[in-house]
Write a protein that binds this ligand. Structure first.
Ligand code: ATP
Ligand code: MG
Length: 394
């Protein structure tokens, strides 16, 4: 066999790639307990017959809207099966962006061969109602990315689904969860808002680095071999993804880093495996950014890069010590602590460095922890060395 094929499926780091797919829904979500509780209280009457509940979820890209709605729908279906026959259906309105497509999708999920041809929307709607009531079922429909249908066709589909039982015998046929990245509440008609319930609106915000760390930890446990990564690597992934707050970046970084390690025949992920992917996602550092730094800021950055090439993070104290070593190398007398602190802030402002406050490793108290999640330190080292060599005539 061709030697290079050994790398495929080598299984050095990746145990199972499936949990890293964007569609994979873990059994439990991490760090969204408050939102799932809010949704549960909106749906608190769902197990009573003849009731429907409706909710609207909005929030930025990758903030867990779809995942949370799916986990919630599955949980209520599984946990309340004895009390009420609830099924759920997830429809992405990006792919089903007309009323007809949405109604077809609903009716064929209930009866795959239902003869929908030639039927008007209101006829399909009334058939959906008849099927559900005859089978004594309640359907929870998740209309995801609902802004696509609103933009194309307006409020009609929502209005019709929300009033499916009005003026008829018996209630509680369909519940709705609407999801959108955009704030759509203002674009909904009063008649829709009053049926939906203006208070049934959950606003998600982007994940912060702690939330992303939890997600990274959960997915790494599911997809990677135990000894192939450390918390340090997960921290680096969380830092890198936190510039956008999008949980998908976490999955992308874990998979990419694992593949980088395997490509080199290693059984463990090193910081550079993560940095080389995240650095592709931000704009490369322009040479003039480096050249425009003060000489001592360059010396400090060089010291930091040399350490971060091997480690995912370091303390500001380490940076100061290593800076002194680099100063010796270039025959320069080092600047004092306060000046260096200003230089660190300058590097952060220029997006060359990320810092956070954290516990001192093996020590007491807290210190500034530095990392470089979106840049490849080895790239900068070459540029810094040539700039410094030029300036100091080495
Ligand atoms: N709290 C969480 N715990 C575990 N995994 C999560 C969590 N939040 C999001 N994820 C995962 O991150 C990915 C993105 O989440 P999701 O698809 O729910 O985002 P979204 O808010 O619907 O984004 P979009 O607006 O782009 O559709 C999914 O693979 C999802 O399983
Ligand atoms: Mg989504």
């Amino acid at each position: 066999m061709a030697g290079y094929l050994d790398r495929i499926g080598a299984g050095l780091v990746l145990k199972n790639v499936e949990p890293l797919s964007f569609d994979y829904i873990p059994l439990e979500l991490v760090g969204r307990d408050d939102k799932i509780l809010d949704l549960a209280s909106i749906f608190s009457t769902i197990i009573s017959p003849e009731t429907s509940c409706n909710a609207l979820i909005t929030g930025p890209v990758g903030s867990g809207k779809t995942a949370l709605a799916k986990v919630f729908a599955k949980d209520i279906k599984d946990n309340y099966s004895r009390k009420r026959k609830i099924s759920y259906l997830h429809i992405n309105c990006r792919n089903h962006s007309t009323t007809t497509q949405v109604l077809h999708r609903i009716i064929t999920s209930l009866e795959p061969r239902y003869p929908v041809r030639g039927l008007s929307s209101s006829e399909i709607l009334s058939s959906i109602r008849t099927i559900l009531r005859n089978s004594n079922k309640h359907l929870l429909v998740i209309l995801d990315e609902v802004n696509y249908i609103l933009r194309k066709e307006g409020n009609d589909i929502l209005y019709n689904l929300l009033r499916i039982d009005e003026d008829k015998d018996g209630q509680g046929t369909i519940s709705l969860i609407l999801i959108s990245q955009e704030e759509i509440l203002n674009s909904l008609e009063g008649a829709v808002i009053s049926r939906l319930g203006a208070g049934n609106h959950l606003r998600f915000s982007s994940y912060g680095r702690d939330g992303l760390f939890e997600i990274a930890k959960q997915r790494a446990e599911l997809s990677l071999f135990e000894d192939s990564y450390s918390d340090q690597i997960l921290n680096l992934i969380a830092d890198s993804a936190s510039t956008m707050g999008d949980a998908r970046n976490v999955l992308h970084l874990i998979e990419g880093a694992a593949k980088n390690a395997e490509k080199e025949g290693r059984k463990n992920i090193i910081p550079e495996d993560v940095q080389s992917i995240s650095s592709k996602e931000v704009k490369a550092v322009e040479p003039h950014t480096i050249d425009s730094l003060r000489p001592h800021t360059q010396l400090l950055l060089l010291a930091i890069c040399r350490r971060l090439k091997k480690e995912s993070e370091m303390t500001s104290g380490d940076a100061e010590q290593l800076y002194q070593v680099v100063c010796e190398e270039y025959n320069q007398s080092p600047k004092g602590h306060t000046t260096l602190w200003k230089y660190l802030k300058d590097l952060e402002l220029k997006d060359l460095l990320t810092s956070k406050y954290g516990a001192v490793p093996q020590g007491r108290g807290r210190t500034q922890i530095l990392s470089m999640p979106n840049i490849l330190p080895s790239d900068l080292i070459k540029r810094l060395e040539s700039s410094l060599n030029r300036q100091y005539g080495i």
